[in-house]
Design a protein around this ligand. Structure first.
Ligand SMILES: [Mn+2]
Length: 474
């Protein structure tokens, strides 16, 4: 079952005990972020958090940690909350094959109820802003889906992009936005700036729970996030036309902010506590001039805490990174069995694969580094045999400890691209990358003494059942 907006999803979470209303009065800082931070520290099944009694705000409704547990992530996909992580990834991969599902356009978008434009725009009037980590340089919109179009192909629906970027509020009608060079919006901005034009953007806040999943997903440049949302939701994604830009935005958004990235203007943005568990410093970033805000009556402000993993961010970018990598690799290498990109936004990736011939696994590792996700993130790849489960870390460590001959199986490639946020990059945005080939060599690669592996005895499975029943009936 699909949710058409954030509100209906929050109701569903509440019915399942996966939303917690904080009724007592709290302060905007540090309580809101500290509570969402703590949600990642209380064990599995943490709920979404709802605040509407915040000191200093007369009319605020704030939702945090909406995707911040495997239970909530399952429900975002319309699955029962008990669905295991593995089953969620597998179901996600099945639904990927339904792509593309054409979205449905609706006229009556609820965010049309209220709007301000021009000199009346004041972001602080609409959004209850607060800081997340105590070293952050300002207020952030960190779960907004940003819509932009390719200036060379403005009518091309598939090249219209929906992406999540960190956005700092730097004035009543000014935002600083970080377009990572590997992301689609950076290509749109580069083309606009080459023409000396501003780039229109529609920044949508508080969306149905599949929108942040597709907006943060490394798809091909000309694959539509809305058509992928339809595949993941199991029904067409409702969209509407934004009044200023004419862009396609989610029908159900709480708030739609429209404006222009000003051509060739940069301003200091940051610092900001990031998904890497480190702050990124202040850097010069493009500036958005906000010209119109449309919003629902009593809008909900959705924010996401991120910092030292695990946080909501890690759930949100887990399966939506594993599955595109799996599918993109399999398109050329059907031998690839499974991909685990769950750690620190897939800076490290574990891939299980069968081998066509000697040296094959290393080729799979190099290909992972050149996928849309790989160009900006994958700096380490561990390759394991097809019978090793990349989600079973003790198995992976067994493969690495027993099968790797470091001089030949560890390959380091210098000076490749990575997001500037990667704390180990030097200079920022450049890193060496490593392949650890922990697969068993096959001909003509005859290295090592792997001739006779021990396998679990054929009778072991039956004995496991026997032991379980003996223990249960003691
Ligand atoms: Mn895109």
């Amino acid at each position: 079952m699909a949710y058409d907006d954030l509100r209906s999803f929050l109701h569903a979470l509440e019915k399942e005990g996966q939303l917690l209303r904080i009724n007592e009065q709290v302060s905007p800082e540090p309580d809101l972020a500290a509570a969402a931070n703590a949600a990642g520290r209380i064990g599995e099944g943490a709920p979404a958090l709802w605040f509407d009694n915040v000191t200093g705000f007369t009319d605020a409704r704030i939702a945090m940690n909406v995707h911040g547990s495997w239970r909530n992530h399952a429900m975002a996909l319309g699955l029962p909350k008990e669905t295991s992580t593995r089953e969620q990834v597998e179901e996600f991969a099945r639904r990927w094959d339904d792509f593309p599902v054409t979205p449905v356009r609706r006229e009556d978008a609820p965010w049309r109820e209220n709007s301000v434009s021009g000199a009346d725009v004041d972001l602080f009037d609409v959004l209850p802003l607060f800081r997340l980590n105590d070293g952050d340089g300002g207020f952030y919109l960190d779960k907004a889906a940003v819509v932009s179009r390719d200036p060379d192909a403005p009518e091309d629906f598939d090249k219209q992009n929906l992406g999540i970027y960190r956005i700092e509020v730097i004035g009543t009608d000014r935002l600083a936005l970080q377009p990572v060079p590997m992301h689609d919006i950076a290509q749109h901005l580069r083309k606009a700036e080459e023409r000396g034009e501003d780039l229109p953007v529609a920044i949508t806040l508080g969306n149905d729970p599949v929108v942040p999943i597709v907006a943060g997903m490394p798809m091909a440049y000309d694959q539509s996030e809305y058509e992928m949302a339809g595949a993941l939701r199991g029904e067409a994604m409702p969209i509407a036309t934004a009044p200023l830009t004419g862009f396609d935005v989610p029908w159900g958004s709480e708030v739609v902010i429209e404006g222009f990235i000003e051509s060739r203007v940069r301003q200091i943005e940051g610092p900001f506590g990031e998904f890497t568990g480190h702050y990124s410093g202040g850097r010069r970033m493009p500036v958005v001039r906000v010209e119109r805000i449309s919003h629902r009556t009593n809008p909900i402000f959705e924010s996401l805490y991120l910092g030292m993993p695990w946080t909501e961010c890690d759930y949100l970018v887990g399966p939506n990174t594993c599955v595109p990598l799996l599918k993109q690799l399999r398109a050329e290498f059907p031998e690839v069995k499974a991909v685990n990109a769950m750690y620190t936004h897939g800076l490290l990736v574990i891939i299980s694969t069968a081998k066509r011939y000697g040296g094959f696994a290393k080729a799979v590792g190099m290909r992972a580094m050149t996928t849309p996700h790989g160009l900006g993130y994958v700096s380490q790849v561990i390759l394991v045999d097809e019978d090793v489960d990349p989600f079973d870390l003790p198995q992976v460590m067994w493969a690495q400890s027993a099968k790797v001959n470091p001089a030949e199986d560890v390959v380091v490639i210098p000076n490749l691209s990575v997001v500037e946020l990667a704390p180990a990059s030097q200079p920022a945005g450049i890193t060496s990358k490593m392949i650890i080939d922990a697969t068993t060599p096959v001909k003509p690669d005859v290295r090592g003494n792997f001739g006779t592996p021990t396998k679990d005895l054929p009778e072991a499975a039956e004995w496991a059942d026997r032991l379980r029943s003996l223990l249960a009936n003691r």
